[in-house]
Structure formats: structure tokens, C-alpha cells
Ligand binder design. Structure first.
Ligand code: AP5
Length: 215
């Protein structure tokens, strides 16, 4: 199965992708994670992407589509793909269709996480992750059971994304409204879109997504 999770920053794409990976053995293809890894490694792609990401703008279509192409080429055809944060423009949506055809895949669902953008600012600016294992936490919604210690791996170092400050989050949301939301009709015309309430509690969102996958 190949699915797209679509929604603005903080809608829960990464959270829900992680759960689908655990439950179904699918692979999460997050262009944001790939770009952050490239920035950390100081690759040419990372060097080009760093300032763009920190400003909350979109990296070039060509760079992200090349990253997705390489990931799909490295995956076995039997492993399902969750596209998290890709496509984000009409050009990327067209490129994804070509990549799916190239790698012998087809799209099953586009799941739109419908959310209230104002509430998302609190979600994003409060989040942090374990620097070792990447487990996600939140200042208000999900603190570690023992303060300052990761529940999953026991380490005590945490980090926050440089693009998670309020100004950058607002720019990222404006980018979503201007460039990403307009691609929905591209998929609606093929009857691929399912809308899920992303403001519900995390378990309820997962249950709603599972219902779509079973349909
Ligand atoms: P990317 O990494 O994709 O970030 P994003 O789309 O802005 O999404 P986020 O990771 O911020 O949010 P999310 O929806 O995954 O939410 P999460 O599950 O973490 O992209 C970063 C940058 O990279 C872009 O700005 C751009 O520069 C570049 N880029 C990436 N892809 C690109 C592309 N294709 N083209 C061009 N440029 C690209 O949840 C957020 C928080 O909320 C967490 O704390 C979580 O615990 C909590 N939470 C989640 N769900 C719920 C819930 N239901 N109730 C309560 N809390 C919840």
C-alpha cells in the first residue's frame, strides 16, 4: 500500500506515520527528516537546504523528488510507503506519479489531516525530541514520565527543531496554504482523498486512519 499523509505543519503526519510503521511494517518517507539528515551530515543538498528550511520556506522540487526517488529505489516492492511531507507542490505531485510508475507502485489513499491552524502553533512550539532515539515529547501534552529522562532509551539529552519558533511556523503554514493545499483537487479528481479530523486525540486519529486503510 502507498499512502500520502497531507496536512499543515504540526497536523500529526510524523506522529501517525510512526504508528503505521509500527503496526504495518510500512516505511515512512519523510522529506523533512531526509533534509534534516542532509543538513546534519553537511552534504551538498544539506548545505543548499539549511537556510531555506530555517526560514520556513520550501526546498526545490527537484531536490526533494530526487530524495524520494532514491528511497523508493532502495526499497523492496513489497514494502508499503507512507509519504510524509511530500508532495508539497503541484510539481511534486506530478513527479510523484512518475516515480510511483517508475518503481511499479500506485497510490492507494491520500489522507488529509484536517486541523485548526491556531492550535497547531502551540503543538509545534512546545515539541521536543530525545537527541538519541528521536522519541517525541511536548511541554504541555507529553512530558517524559521521569523529568529530563527519555521514556524509551533513558538518555537525558533533548533537542528542538530550529524551525519550530512561532515566526517560522507561521511562514510554514502560509507556504502550506499557498502551495500544498491547492494540490488536493489533483487527488480529489481521482477519488483518492479521505479527510480525517486531526484535532481529535492521537489514538482517535490513528483509528480513523486505520478505517480508511481498511476501506
Ligand atoms: P517537515 O519536517 O515535513 O515539517 P512539517 O510539514 O512542517 O511538519 P511537522 O514535522 O512540523 O509536523 P507533523 O505534521 O509531522 O506533526 P507531528 O506529528 O510532529 O518539513 C520541514 C521543512 O523541510 C519544511 O518547512 C521545508 O523547508 C522542508 N521540506 C520538507 N519536505 C519538503 C518538500 N516536500 N518540499 C519542499 N520542502 C520540504 O506533531 C506535532 C506535535 O503535535 C507533536 O508534539 C505531537 O506529539 C503533537 N500531536 C500530534 N498529533 C496530535 C494530536 N492529535 N493531539 C495532540 N497533539 C498531537
Amino acid at each position: 500500500m502507498n499512502i500520502i499523509l497531507l496536512g499543515p505543519p504540526g497536523a500529526g503526519k510524523g506522529t501517525q506515520s510512526g504508528r503505521l510503521v509500527d503496526r504495518h511494517g510500512m516505511r515512512q518517507l519523510s522529506t523533512g527528516d531526509m533534509l534534516r539528515a542532509a543538513v546534519k551530515a553537511g552534504t551538498p543538498v544539506g548545505l543548499r537546504a539549511k537556510a531555506v528550511m530555517e526560514a520556513g520556506q520550501l526546498v526545490s522540487d527537484e531536490i526533494v523528488s530526487d530524495l524520494i526517488d532514491a528511497e523508493l529505489a532502495a526499497m523492496g516492492p513489497e514494502t508499503g510507503a507512507i509519504f510524509d511531507g511530500y508532495p508539497r507542490t503541484e510539481a511534486q505531485a506530478v513527479a510523484l506519479d512518475a516515480l510511483l510508475a517508475k518503481h511499479g507502485r500506485s497510490l492507494d489513499h491520500v489522507i488529509e489531516l484536517a486541523v485548526d491552524e491556531d492550535a497547531l502553533v502551540e503543538r509545534i512550539t512546545g515539541r521536543f525530541t530525545c537527541a538519541q532515539c528521536g522519541e517525541g515529547y511536548h511541554d504541555v501534552f507529553k512530558q517524559p514520565a521521569v523529568a529530563g529522562t527519555c521514556d524509551k532509551c533513558g538518555r537525558t539529552e533533548f533537542k528542538r527543531r530550529p524551525d519550530d519558533n512561532e515566526d517560522t511556523v507561521r511562514t510554514r503554514m502560509a507556504e502550506y496554504r499557498a502551495k500544498t493545499a491547492p494540490i488536493l483537487p489533483y487527488y480529489e479528481a481521482r477519488d483518492l482523498v479521505a479527510r480525517v479530523d486531526g484535532m481529535a486525540d492521537i489514538d482517535q486519529v490513528t483509528a480513523a486512519i486505520e478505517k480508511v486503510l481498511a476501506s
